[in-house]
Design a protein around this ligand. Sequence first.
Ligand SMILES: *Cc1c(COP(=O)(O)O)cnc(C)c1O
Length: 655
Amino acid sequence: MSTNSSPKTWTPREAEDYYGFHRWGAGHFTVDGNGCLCVHPMGDQRRIRILDIIKEAAQMGIRPPLTIRLQDMLRQRVTQLNEAFREAIRDEGYDGRYRGVFPTKVNQLREVVEEILDAGEKYDFGLEAGSKPELLIALALLENKNALLICNGYKDDEYIRLALMGRRLGKQTIIVIEQLSEVDAIIRLSKETGIEPHIGLRLKLTTAGEGKWAESTGENAKFGLTPCEIIHATRKLMRARMSESLRLVHFHIGSQVPNISTIKKAVSEAARYYCELVRLGFPMGMLDVGGGLGVDYDGSRSNYESSMNYSMEAYARDIIANVKSICEQSHVRVPDIVSESGRALVAPHSILVFEVVDRINRDLDAPILPPRGKRPQLVRELEDIYKNPSRLDALERYHDARQKKEEANTLFNLGYLSLEERAEADRLFWRICRDIREKLPAHGEIPDELGDLDKLLAEQYVCNFSVFQSLLDHWALDQLFPIAPIHRLDEKPAIPTTLADITCDSDGKVSAFIDLEDIKTTLNLHPLLPNQRYYVGAFLVGAYQDIMGDLHNLFGRVGEAHVFLEDDEEDGFYIEETINGSTTDKILGMIQYTAEDLCRMLKRQIDRATRNDEVRPREGVAMLEMYEASIHSKTYLVTQTTKEKTKTKIKPAQT
Ligand SMILES: *Cc1c(COP(=O)(O)O)cnc(C)c1O
C-alpha cells in the first residue's frame, strides 16, 4: 500500500484487491491510471475501457442496463478448451480425439452460438440440444459434417424425426436415450424412415455431483438409465438389429462442480460402463462427459460452491488420464472424448452494466428539533451518548444507544413522544452507530455485534435493472457474481451498500457478495455525486443469466452491445452490433395486450372526459400522445442527470 496516498485516493492495486479483479478475472481485468476498469478480451496487453463502450453504445441509442458481450473472449474460451484437451491428449499419448459440443441451453443467443461455431470450426466443435427448439437451431446452424450434434432432453416423435433428418443430411447427429421409453420410439421411427440413427445412452451414475446441483444427479436423478435399464435398452437394440447404432455413453453430473475429485470419480464410473458396452459387442467409440466444468466466481480457487479447485487444463488432463487408465485395465481401445461445457465457455464473455439511480435514505443528517428548544429526557440522553464517545467503551455505547432507541419507539407508540421527537431520537441513534463504526480499529478483534454494524449501516443503492431478468441465479440459488463499479476506482469506496433493483419485489436485491473467505453482506461503493452517473458492473454473467430471466414487473430484456477488439480504432474496439432492450408494446404482447387495444381503451375514456368538459380537447390529445409514446418506449427507467434535465427542459403541457 502506498504510504503517501490520502485517505480519499486509492491506488489501482487497492481497487483490484478489494474487488478481486485479478482473482476472478483470470487476467482479463485491470484498473487504469484514471480509475477506470479495463477489460483485456484476449488476456494480453490490448485493453478496452468499459466506460468507453458505454459511451459509444449510448451514441447508438443503447443505454444501461446493458449487456456487453466481448466476442473475442468467447472465441478465446473455445480455443482454450479445445487446446486444453489437445494438450492433455498429446501429453498422455491418448489414442483418441476430443470432440466438444456447446450445450445451447446455456446461452442460445444467435450471436453467441455463431461465434462459438466460428471459433470452433477448426476443432470440429459441435452443438448440443436439449429441446426441440434448440434442435431446430442446431440443425440449421451446424453445417460442419465432422462436428457432433448431440440430442439430449425429453423427446417426442417429432424431435426424433428431426434428429434422423439430420443424419440424412450427413450430420453427425447422436440421439441420446435418457428414458427407456425412447428406445422403442427410435426403433419404430428408424424403421419407418429407413434412416439408421447413431445412439447414445445416458447413464444414471452413483457418483453424485456436488455443489448447488448435487440433487439433480445420483440415483434419484431425473435423467439417465440404471444398469438394468441399460441392459434392457441394449437388448431391444439387438433384437431390432440395430446394434451398430450404439456409439456413445453420456453422463452429466450437474453444473458448477467445485471439486475435481467428483469429476474424476464420475469419469471413472462412466468409463467402466463404456468398457462393458464394448465387451457386449457394440461399436461405441465415444464417451461424453457432459458439463460441470466450473467457473471461479469468487476467485478463491477453493471447493466452495462459487468456486472450483481446479483449472480447465487440469480438468482435461484428469478426464483423459482416468479414461485411459480404466480402458487399459479392461483392454479396451480408448474412446473419443466428448464434453458439453457450457458455463465455462460463455460465463466470462458478458458483463451487465447498470446505473445506480438513487439511494434509500435511513436518516437525513440535519437536526430536526430546534437547537434551543425543549427536548425530552430521552433525546438528551442520546445526545449525551453521541457527544461523549470516550466515557463508555464502544460496545457499551452501542448497547446504550440501542436501548434508548427501543425506548423511543415504545414512548412514541404510547403517545408520549411526538413524531419530531421520535425522528430526532432516530437520527441521533444512527449518528452514534456511524461514529462507533468510524472509530473502530482497522485491525484486531472486534466484537461480533459491532462487526455487524456495516450491515446495519449499509445504504441501499437503487439500481436500474431487474434481478429477475438479469441475475436470476442470484435470486433463485444464491449464486454469487463479482460486482464492482467500473469507474472512480482511484477513489476509496467508503460506503457499505447493498443493491436494490427496480422491481416492486423486496426480493429484488443483491445483499451477498463474493469475498476471499465466506461471503460479504455489503459491498463498498462510492458516494453518489450530483450530475454524475454512477455505473456498476456484474461480471461472469454470460451463462444462463441471459436466457433464464423472466418478465417480473414486465421489464424484459436489456440492451446489448457486441464488442470486438480493433487495433485501428481510437479506443481499440468497435461495436459490431447492438440489440435494443425490450419495448413495452412487445412485452405487453406476450401477455395478450396489444398496443392498439390499450390505446383505444384509453382514448374512449379521454373522449368521454372531453365530452363532459372535464378535460380540454388539446389536453386530451396530449394525454393520448404521451400514452402512445410510452407504450412504444423501453421498459427500464430513463434517467437524466440534473444537468441533462435543464438542457432539455420539458415544456409544460399546454392547456
Ligand atoms: C446443462 C447441461 C450442460 C451444461 O452444463 P455446464 O455445467 O453449464 O457446462 C451439459 N450437458 C447437459 C446434458 C446439460 O443438461
